[in-house]
Design a protein around this ligand. Structure first.
Ligand SMILES: Cc1cc2nc3c(=O)[nH]c(=O)nc-3n(C[C@H](O)[C@H](O)[C@H](O)COP(=O)(O)O)c2cc1C
Length: 298
């Protein structure tokens, strides 16, 4: 998730049972220009492996060059190509979800990146632009182009985040391809994870919003899939993880007020909890780890 799944977040998710982390998308054009900010976004610690680095872009040659450079510099375990982002600034440049309208062009990007790296290359997409059945042609096209895995968010670009994810349609697409498919959309609890796997028949799940302020979801899903009762998260567990996450965030970004950009995570961590309002007001003012410690009484 852009602006959220940075190295600090991913390390916390891994420590709590996430099997594979997908890092936030980075611009292939910016990587090829060697933008410092983009290079920092793509850097990671070994602890995060196996790690998937997602790229977005429209030009097959630039996407391939970006993968080559990332391979040389950081060597992520796999590459993922964003063909599902609906944001206007992304689709405006024929990136992201716009590639679903140009399947041949999308296939060309997959082939170019495959030729540039020995690492597995996956595609993240949606059901379609307007029509949820687009995926039934798109997924086989992507497979034929050489993709090693597809992740499908069960909504169209037109839907944005409205309505609910159509897991049955993901299941129909899954039955048409031989490569592994990950189901994505609306998995907010271990019970929903079990159900999504049942309905879609997919090989795995991609959990996005359900992990915001809730990195425990990965361990809980794992427990539920093994027929165990997922552990509840106590207030102490929450505060301890929040502090651990905040320290990693501060170390990553540095500066005098490193937690100003951490407040977005704090809002998620304490959303909907009793007494959350008073605490949220305090938490939205924190600037440093010491402020946070004082706020949490630790
Ligand atoms: C804040 C935010 C940032 C996101 N950034 C990305 C991204 O960089 N790449 C991507 O493929 N999807 C991105 N997504 C979409 C999610 O990966 C996912 O497809 C979508 O949220 C539906 O899954 P969920 O119901 O589990 O959240 C983002 C979603 C959110 C909420």
């Amino acid at each position: 998730m852009a602006d959220m799944t940075d190295s600090a977040f991913c390390r916390i998710a891994k420590r709590l049972g996430c099997r594979i982390v997908f890092r936030e998308m980075v611009s292939a054009e910016a990587l090829v220009r060697e933008s410092d900010r983009t290079l920092q976004m793509a850097s990671f610690r070994d602890e995060e492996r196996p790690i998937v680095q997602q790229l977005f872009g429209a030009d097959p040659a630039v996407m391939a060059e970006a993968a080559r450079r990332l391979d040389e510099r950081f060597s992520p375990d796999t590459f993922d190509l964003n063909m599902g982002c609906p944001a206007v600034k992304i689709v405006g440049g024929f990136n992201g979800a716009a590639l679903m309208r140009e399947p041949r062009h999308a296939a060309e990007i997959v082939r170019a990146v495959k030729a540039a790296t020995d690492k597995p290359v996956s595609v993240k997409t949606r059901l379609g632009w307007f029509s949820p059945t687009d995926i039934l042609d798109f997924a086989p096209t992507i497979e034929d182009a050489g993709a090693d895995l597809i992740s499908v968010h069960g909504r169209t670009k037109d839907q944005g985040y409205s309505g609910s994810a159509d897991w049955e349609m993901i299941g129909r697409a899954k039955s048409l391809v031989g490569i592994p498919m990950l189901a994505n959309g609306d998995v907010f609890s271990p019970e929903l994870a079990v159900k999504a796997l049942e309905v879609t028949g997919c090989d795995g799940l991609l959990i996005a919003r359900g992990a915001l302020g809730n990195p425990w979801i990965f361990g809980q899903v794992e427990a539920a899939l093994n027929g165990k009762r997922p552990d509840e998260v106590s207030d102490e567990d929450r505060d301890r993880t929040v502090l651990e996450h905040a320290r990693l965030h501060a170390e990553l970004y540095g500066g005098d007020r490193p937690l100003v950009t951490f407040r977005k995570h704090l809002v998620w961590y304490y959303k909907g909890l009793p007494n959350a309002k008073a605490q949220r007001e305090l938490l939205t003012k924190v600037e440093t780890v010491a402020d946070l410690e004082a706020c949490l009484g630790g």
